[in-house]
Design a protein around this ligand. Structure first.
Ligand code: NAP
Length: 210
């Protein structure tokens, strides 16, 4: 798959690592080109590109910026009409102890409203960067779940294929509206990791009787 990763921070770098290892064609971008260049240099096969035009030719765009930067990043990246955009953002308060929006909307729905031509899918927002960087079972002996929510079946299938290609187990979480549940779930994960002191080598799972 041809994939553009918007953002070269904790999550962006972890995506570039796993996606290049799985054989995808990966471009990475950030406003500070040096950051993207550093991530690309550490991952053979990855390419650092300028933000403008970075989504040209991409089959999938991974949005790995803060929620506050998301719409500007997507608008600055190029034409997103008909493109699958994986939204991994969580609309966190500055101290990471709460969400800035929720209940009646979600980060995913707000981004989708601002970019009506894109096919948005919520995924990976409950996976810590440390877990993504270590790999889908991160030594736990089990595959980490990636919850996928979208109103576009094509976007859901693309996100699921991407997640499975790097070893994750996919849970179909319904329509994009269910990002209203997935973003608070990430909040709980952050509480458990930092507030309760479990650390960031943890991940939520959905278990079903065999
Ligand atoms: N960290 C986690 O464990 C984790 C887990 C699940 C979900 N998330 C979510 O994933 C997202 C990224 O988290 P993170 O920890 O990776 O954040 P981060 O380390 O701060 O990285 C954010 C990246 O976005 C880039 N960026 C900002 N505006 C941009 C723009 N207009 N165009 C291109 N790139 C832009 C920044 O680089 P420049 O400033 O150079 O542009 C930076 O590389 C957040 O929404 C977060 O809630 C994080």
């Amino acid at each position: 798959m041809k994939i553009t990763v918007l953002g070269a921070g904790n999550m962006g770098a972890a995506f570039v690592k796993q996606l290049t290892r799985a054989g995808h064609q990966v471009s990475v971008t950030s406003r500070d080109g040096a950051k993207a260049a550093q991530v690309a240099a550490a991952n053979p096969g990855a390419k650092a590109v300028p933000v403008a035009g970075s989504t040209t030719g991409a089959e999938v765009v991974v949005l790995a910026t803060a929620f506050a930067d998301a719409v500007a990043a997507l608008q600055g990246a190029g034409d997103l009409n008909g493109k699958v955009v994986i939204d991994i953002t969580n609309p966190l308060t500055a101290d990471y102890t709460g969400l800035t929006i929720g209940h009646s909307t979600s980060a995913a729905e707000e981004i989708a409203k601002a970019l009506p031509g894109a096919e948005l899918v919520k995924a990976f927002n409950t996976v810590f960067a440390q877990v993504l960087a270590e790999g889908a079972d991160f030594g736990s002996g089990r595959k980490v779940s990636v919850f996928v929510a979208s109103d576009s079946e094509r976007a859901k299938q693309s996100a699921a294929a991407l997640a499975e290609s790097i070893g994750f187990q996919v849970v179909d979480a319904g329509g994009l509206k269910n990002a209203r549940y997935l973003e608070p779930l990430a909040g709980l994960n952050i509480y458990l990791g930092y507030g309760a002191g479990l650390g960031t080598s943890i991940a939520p799972a959905w278990i079903r009787k065999a």
